[in-house]
Design a protein around this ligand. Structure first.
Ligand code: ATP
Length: 235
């Protein structure tokens, strides 16, 4: 069991205590801008002043963050992959023979898979994926989803948290759903996905309601802007 705490006083996130079991597959959903990436960063120990996490974490950022002036081979060498293991790692993500390519020579989907290979290189106990399917065409997104599914099946003890806007990604990859909402943001839902299409549809309705409540709360907290008449009255 992995335990994480977000302390009080965080500018975006409410205090929370999170428990993640080995092999948990969690999809993290919530309205845009609510703090999903911030929570992943927090879990990865990337926020200022945070200690290094005590477990091995692979983090697939929204951008690939590979060094553009290094080949894929060298990018993987930099995180400790032995030269004779590079090909097999690239092969795991469907990039056989691309070791000599530079990141900018790859399509978005391929670069994301190369970044995924770099995540796997550390043999993560926790894999963090930040919107892995964003900006991919539906065919490429389905392909990447199938690849991630295969990698998860191959590493049953690894836990995963995947940020997404689509509950259908959760249906394909996750056994558990977190929903972040409110300001400061807290987990408004933490539960199993449900085994049947009807249960998933029911969860989708619940999450939509939570999203609407959250948006209303955020709107109510925003400072009111003065319209022209009100502004006149202030002069
Ligand atoms: N330390 C901080 N202090 C103040 N604001 C912050 C801090 N860290 C993040 N934010 C702000 O919090 C908001 C939440 O950002 P975040 O990217 O985590 O949301 P998100 O839910 O991942 O959004 P999206 O779904 O659009 O990717 C952003 O407006 C960001 O600028």
């Amino acid at each position: 069991m992995l335990e994480f705490a977000v302390p009080g006083g965080h500018p975006v996130l409410a205090p929370m205590s999170l428990r993640i079991a080995q092999g948990d597959r969690i999809c993290l959903l919530g309205p845009s801008g609510i703090g999903k990436t911030t929570l992943l960063n927090r879990l990865a120990g990337l926020e200022p002043g945070q200690p290094r996490p005590a477990l091995r974490i692979g983090y697939l950022f929204q951008e690939h963050r590979l060094l553009p002036w290094r080949t894929l081979h060298d990018n993987l060498r930099l995180v400790g992959v032995r030269s004779d293991q590079v090909s097999s790692l690239l092969s795991q993500v469907g990039l056989d023979g691309y070791g000599a390519h530079f990141p900018d020579q790859l399509s978005l989907g391929m670069a994301r898979r190369a970044a995924l290979a770099r995540c796997l290189a550390v043999r993560p106990e926790l894999l963090l994926l930040d919107e892995p399917f964003a900006s991919l065409d539906p065919h490429r997104a389905t392909e990447l989803q199938a690849l991630i599914r295969k990698l998860l099946d191959r590493t049953p003890h690894m836990a995963m948290i995947c940020v997404t806007h689509e509950l259908r990604d959760a249906a394909a990859l996750a056994n558990r759903v977190w929903y972040l909402a409110g300001r400061p943001a807290h987990l408004r839902h933490d539960g199993n996905l449900g085994d049947t299409p009807a249960a998933v549809a029911d969860l989708a309705r619940q999450l939509e309601t939570l999203g609407q409540e959250s948006s209303a709360q955020v709107r109510a907290q925003q400072p009111r802007t003065l319209g022209p008449e009100a502004a006149d009255g202030q002069r």
